[in-house]
Design a protein around this ligand. Sequence first.
Ligand SMILES: [Zn+2]
Length: 114
Amino acid sequence: MVFCRGCSKELHESAPSCPQCGAVQAVAIKCAEESGWMGIVSAIFAGLAFLGSVGVEGAHNKDAILGVVILGVGSLILGAISLQQHKPLKTLSIVAVTFAALGLLVLLGNTQFN
Ligand SMILES: [Zn+2]
């Protein structure tokens, strides 16, 4: 259980707003839950983008290239936001951004020769 930000009554932690006073709860709850997910998602995207960029070598599959670009850019954005907002897992975010950038560079290098 959590307590309402407006009237301090108990409510279910997944409740988006208070049934008593209508105060929106999502922001406070999200802050606690979101603390580290950006860095983790950024790292996962970066890993996939990096692996994809290496795997896409010599391939003419535009979908695969596009997928790697989306993952890489998504990772960069999430990692950058995570760092800018001083979220936890800072090291993970830095590693993620680095790998995402590397992945995009490798992809650029690979696709230029095709
Ligand atoms: Zn309330």
